[in-house]
Ligand binder design. Structure first.
Ligand SMILES: [Zn+2]
Length: 529
């Protein structure tokens, strides 16, 4: 089908509007089959959805002939708060049709700050290029000027660092109170959620009781509780139970982040996990997933969490006795899976040329075992090493995607068009991969249903009533995409490739992407729910 997608001409008639998206099929985000129509926009809002042929007068036209017009995609699980300020064009997200990024996930947010050095070390794997010129959510939010919207959550690891550093112990009653106060303050400043990352130090040091106390505070403040649960392997179901219990006790809305079963022995477990979540029908519970069979995280997650206590990993690696203890723990742990763990990125140093190689390959080159190579890479690169781990099964990915309550989310961050290392392709391709590969090619659901999982479903999780659907009065965050060409291009071997098929993106009624190219406009806002 021809795709012209140019701003052309003028139309005439009785309804007024500044901008009209004409000629396309409107997929309104509810899952209803796309129908021909014209979306009329005035200022930052949609004013009308007209039948084809209706002709508003005086409107500038975006020709969407042959294309789908959908609400802008809402990425419930992003780490953009560590990269959007320095890549405000968000080209890798606009090329996917994403207009809103929900950040502060997996326990990590760039605020509140009281102990900057510890927070910097803890978040190094997210690649921040921050000047860290703020201390709280309001200060951070004021520095964001971007093409896309950002919604902020407060991370539990960050709260813990602010109050008690990387201490591997329970908080005192006073320390717990301080974390709750910081959480309330962030909520007052517009946070939409509270997140945990219970595999990361220091979040992993928290007992279920500590987490539940903070979840209750989050619920009092009306925040969503998003959780990277304590175990995504053999302990998946018990970890879900912990999350469900905390949400139930505190009365919180619950979001299970990136639902999956990690490790070969645990493949298939997602079916029981979905059943567990369905059974929690007294709760407002949802979950999200990305369409890939590999995870991406920091290499330090391979280590026993005690090795990271007090932020003293590098000191421990410098002590022969402690180093030996860590190596032995690694050798005893099936979590290591050296064949499937590939180096994604690391700061300059002796293992720079290991990007894209598996731990097994690097170990063979150095003629040592995989445990030793993990320690060498960490100690030579300030322990700021991210990895891609090929740990899930395609059957499980499909099982999770097929569930009607699964929202699509990337777990990614903002990428420039080119760069170093081997980042996870989800940063570039999540949404087009679902639309192109899973909907169009594999037909696991219709295009309209795929769009619903990226729009009205995540909007409802966040309580954003004026985004995620195309209707009069809604904010005009829109994507115009070609249903026959939309596709992800980024691969594990060649990740630095933008997706194709997204023609135009409007954010609050302003063109952020036009004819596939960023316009340089910065209409994004920090959203509060
Ligand atoms: Zn996570």
């Amino acid at each position: 089908m021809p795709v012209t997608g140019r701003l052309t001409g003028r139309v005439t008639g009785r309804v007024t509007g500044r901008l009209a998206v004409t000629g396309g099929l409107v997929a309104d985000g509810t899952g209803a089959e796309p129908v021909p129509g014209t979306v009329l926009i005035d200022g930052d809002r949609i004013t009308a959805v007209l039948p084809p042929g209706a002709t508003p007068s005086g409107a500038e036209v975006i020709d969407a002939t042959g294309n789908i017009v959908a609400p802008g995609f809402i990425d419930l699980h992003s780490h953009a708060d560590f990269s959007l300020r320095t890549s405000p064009a968000a080209e890798s997200q606009l090329a996917q049709g994403v207009t809103t990024l929900v950040a502060g996930n997996c326990g990590w947010s760039p605020f509140p700050i009281t102990d900057l050095e510890t927070l910097r070390a803890g978040t190094a794997f997210l690649g921040p290029k921050h000047d860290w010129s703020w201390t709280d959510l309001a200060g951070f939010g004021a520095t964001v000027e971007s093409a896309v919207n950002l919604a902020l959550q407060v991370g539990h690891c960050t709260l813990r660092i602010a109050v008690m550093g990387n201490a591997r112990r329970a908080p005192s009653p006073d320390e717990l109170r301080q974390m709750q106060e910081l959480l309330r303050a962030a909520a007052d400043q517009g946070a939409v959620g509270f997140s945990t990352g219970l595999i990361y130090a220091p979040g992993a040091y928290a007992s279920p009781e500590e987490v539940a106390a903070l979840v209750a505070t989050a619920a009092e403040c009306g925040l969503l509780y998003s959780t990277h649960i304590r175990n995504e392997g053999a302990g998946l179901l018990a970890a879900l139970d912990e999350a469900i219990s905390a949400a139930r006790a505190g009365g919180a809305r619950l979001e299970i982040s990136h639902l999956k079963a990690v490790g070969k022995a645990n493949h298939g477990l997602v079916a029981a996990a979905l059943e567990r979540l369905e059974q929690a029908d007294d709760l407002d519970v949802g979950w999200d997933a990305y369409p890939y069979t590999a995870t991406s995280t920091t290499l330090t997650t391979r280590l026993p969490t005690w090795a990271l206590a007090d932020g003293a990993l590098l000191d421990r690696l410098g002590d022969p006795t402690e180093r030996k203890r860590i190596a032995e723990a690694l050798r005893a742990d099936t979590l290591l899976s050296p064949d499937s763990v590939v180096i994604a990125s690391l700061p300059p140093g002796p293992y720079e040329d290991s990007r894209g190689l598996s731990l097994t390959e690097i170990a063979r080159r150095d003629e040592v075992d995989a445990a030793e190579i993990v320690l060498r890479i960490l100690e030579n690169h300030q322990a700021a090493v991210s990895v891609v781990n090929h740990a899930m099964s395609e059957d499980d990915v499909i099982t999770v995607l097929e569930h009607p309550r699964t929202a699509i989310a990337s777990d990614g961050w903002i990428m420039d068009a080119t760069g170093p290392g081997h980042p996870h392709p989800r940063n570039f391709g999540t949404f087009p991969r679902v639309l192109g590969h899973y909907a169009r090619e594999l037909d696991i659901f219709s295009l309209a249903e795929a769009i619903r999982r990226m729009t009205s479903l995540p909007a409802s999780r966040l309580g954003l009533s004026d985004r995620g659907t195309i209707k009069p009065g809604a904010i005009a965050d829109l994507v115009v995409l070609n249903p026959t060409t939309i596709a992800d291009k980024s691969t594990y071997d060649a990740p630095w490739q933008l997706s194709v098929g997204v023609e135009h993106v409007l954010v609050a009624g302003r063109l952020a992407l036009s004819n596939g190219r960023p316009t340089g406009q910065r209409p994004g806002r920090v959203l509060t729910s």
